[in-house]
Design a protein around this ligand. Structure first.
Ligand code: ADP
Length: 677
């Protein structure tokens, strides 16, 4: 605890302390009664008591019999009694010129004066005096009475000092143990209350010195004890530039030098901002504020929390006003409570206020849609991303994507719907145009497929006749023309094949081909396909092999499609291999996802595929020009058809190849859910 010697402040503090009782007041009352007795016993019209203060200056404490106020100025008569040390009797002051001018005696109109020393513990403590307007004297027994009365005054004073000491110690206990910071500032010089308030504030800042504070206050600033804050100034503690401080101080002055729960923003010894709630009272003496006394509690945590809340509210409101989504809050009965600017804009209103009136149902093109969403909100406490056609102020409509949450009261009942709407008109338009484009594309593909089917029929009919006549010619024409007729037949055959492929591809592209799943043994099917190539292999001296598990490889697939896939791959392998072998390997494998798969590998030791051509190998009408194939005629459609068929059966196809060394085509197909039954 630190105590700076501030007379006025300390005295005021005591006067304002805990129980509010002022010990000096009861002393003055007792002295008043004593003077009354003295006047009565010693037959004098006036009596006075001076008590020495801490500076040993006599202060008038009580007066009896005066008409008007007894003067409080220094008294020569009082000084003379203090000097004698016992009793001083002046029969007629006129005979003593120094005393005749004493302003107290003059004010009393006194000719006679008698005073006795009040002594406490052997030391002068004051003077008890009798005055009379006429000259007279005191008998020795009367002088004894006066001395006794002075002793009683001394007793009264000693009792009063004890009470004051007790009072002080109680105040000290409170002061030291309080969790609140308690402080006082003295103004040296005091601040005249007659000045304009802004000037008073300026003077107060200039002249305030911390006179007393407790350790609790020092700890609020990060110090250990009150001594660390010695003689601190107000400007350092409550900097007037910090937000709100000047206003807080001004409010204190304007409210008559009092303030309760006024908040100040201050800084601790490390420069951290702290917020305090203060109760302050100013002590005014003779038209001057001599000191302020106050208590403070640290509300920094609360202040931070409130500040954070304030900032997040600001952020929220700034987001609400700046985003393009509409944000709203409405009641379950359909009244709009809040809408942001974007909402007003989206619905074609000039201001938010303008759109607040009326039921929200007017925003829905189909009121049943709102009823449906309300029912869902009641049941599920919200919904997400629902498409709704809304109505603008001018009656035009737009598509919005709406999401909604609810807030509940303590009983779990819905209080508000809180939602957001984004305008998806553009997206909707785009989606609709895409759907339209897809429908058109499908229709075109259907038309194309029908056209190709018609055309191929139209071409095939005369082609059949051409090939028939070529056959007859090959049999019957002279030998030199037979070869030509044979060529016509072969070209016709190849043309029929191409036509067939074009037709298949068109069907696959037009999605008119529906796979027809059936249960069969894939090994058996592969054997049948390979049998078609046996003769050719023999003639060309190629090794054609089939490797498959011993047990049947049952699958649930479209047999025609699988046969076509195998035929295409084996025919290519045969076509592009001049020596070596063509091997077909069938295996049951498990996919990464755990599905049962049929794996078919067609390996050859033929021409291989160059790296450059690899990306085009499955494209329509693409053939490698420098192919080493001995019999490279074809349409470039086989692999394109194969790839589509594999995809149709839910499988994958891959190729590995090295130019001049051969190729491996790997097909993986799901064996079908029901393959085992
Ligand atoms: P086509 O065989 O009728 O030309 P495909 O679509 O079946 O058409 O094949 C496209 C091209 O891919 C072939 O022309 C050839 O260049 C290449 N190709 C396909 N299979 C093989 C293979 N096993 N070995 C080497 N090249 C191949």
């Amino acid at each position: 605890m630190y105590q700076y010697s501030a007379k006025g402040a300390a005295a005021s503090l005591r006067t304002l302390s805990v129980d509010g009782a002022a010990p000096t007041a009861s002393l003055d009352e007792a002295l008043g009664r004593l003077l009354d007795l003295a006047c009565h016993l010693l037959d004098a019209p006036m009596a006075l008591v001076w008590i020495l203060d801490v500076a040993q200056t006599p202060r008038l404490h009580a007066a009896q019999g005066f008409t008007g106020e007894a003067p409080t100025c220094p008294s020569a008569f009082c000084e003379a009694v203090l000097k004698t040390g016992t009793v001083l009797v002046i029969d007629d002051v006129q005979a003593r010129p120094a005393l005749a001018r004493d302003p107290v005696l003059v004010a009393a109109g006194a000719r006679f004066g008698a005073g006795a020393l009040i002594a406490l513990e052997g030391r002068p403590a004051g003077v008890l005096a009798l005055l009379d307007t006429r000259p007279r004297t005191l008998s020795p027994s009367q002088q004894q009475t006066l001395l006794r009365l002075a002793r009683i005054a001394a007793d009264e004073q000693s009792l009063s000092r004890q009470a004051a000491a007790e009072h002080e110690s109680r105040y000290r206990a409170y002061f030291e143990q309080s969790a609140e910071g308690i402080w006082s500032y003295a103004f040296v010089p005091p601040v005249p209350t007659s000045l304009p308030i802004n000037e008073q504030i300026q003077r107060a800042y200039e002249s305030a010195r911390l006179t007393e504070c407790n350790d609790a206050m020092a700890r609020m600033y990060g110090f250990e004890s009150a001594a660390d804050l010695a003689a601190d100034d107000l400007a350092r503690r409550v900097p007037p530039y910090a937000e709100g401080n000047f206003e807080a101080v001004k409010a204190f002055f304007e409210a008559g030098y009092r303030a309760t729960e006024v908040e100040t923003l201050e800084y601790d010894r490390y420069g951290n901002a702290r917020c305090f709630s203060n109760n302050v009272v100013g002590i005014i003496e003779d038209g001057h504020m001599v000191c302020v006394w106050g208590s403070q509690t640290d509300i920094t945590e609360r202040w931070w929390a409130e500040d954070a809340l304030r900032k997040s509210e600001q952020l929220l409101s700034s987001i609400n006003q700046n985003i393009s989504e509409a944000i709203y809050r409405s009641t379950p009965s359909g009244d709009l409570l809040y809408a942001n600017d974007a909402m007003a804009w989206m619905f074609g209103y000039d201001t938010v206020d303008e759109m607040m009136d009326g039921h929200v149902i007017r925003f829905y093109r189909d009121p049943k849609r709102r009823d449906e969403l309300t029912a869902r909100t009641e049941k599920e406490h919200g919904f997400k991303h629902e498409e709704v056609e809304f109505v603008r102020k001018d009656g035009s409509t737009f598509w919005g994507l709406i999401s909604c949450n609810v807030t509940l009261n303590d009983d779990g009942a819905i209080v508000t719907y809180d939602g957001a709407i984004s305008d998806i008109t553009q997206r909707k338009r785009y989606e609709q145009s895409l759907i339209k484009a897809k429908e058109q594309a499908l229709e075109l593909a259907r038309l194309k497929s029908a056209f190709v089917a018609d055309m191929s029929h139209e071409i095939r009919t005369p082609l059949t006749s051409i090939m028939g006549f070529a056959h007859i010619l090959a049999e019957e024409a002279p030998k030199k023309h037979r070869e030509l007729a044979q060529l016509i037949r072969q070209s016709g055959k190849s043309l029929v094949q191409t036509l067939k492929s074009v037709l298949d591809l068109t069907r696959l592209e037009g999605h008119t081909f529906e796979p027809n799943a059936e249960r069969f043994d894939a090994t058996e099917l592969a054997r049948q396909v390979l049998d078609l190539f046996r003769l050719q292999a023999q003639q060309r001296n190629l090794d054609l092999t089939l490797t498959a598990p011993d047990e049947p490889l049952t699958v649930w697939l479209d047999a025609g499609a699988l046969s076509r896939i195998l035929t295409n791959l084996v025919s290519n392998a045969m076509k592009f291999t001049s020596e070596g072998q063509v091997a077909v390997i069938l295996e049951a494998v498990t996919s990464e996802e755990g599905g049962e798969m049929l794996e078919i590998r067609v390996e050859d030791t033929g021409a291989g595929i160059s790296e450059d051509f690899m990306p085009s190998v499955f494209s329509e009408f693409r053939q490698e020009t420098d192919s080493l194939a001995p019999d490279a005629n074809g349409s470039g459609l086989g692999l394109a058809i194969t790839k589509r068929l594999v995809a149709l059966l839910g499988g994958t196809i891959a190729v590995e190849s090295e130019k001049g060394r051969g190729s491996v085509f790997t097909v993986r197909l799901p064996r079908g859910e029901d393959f085992g039954f």
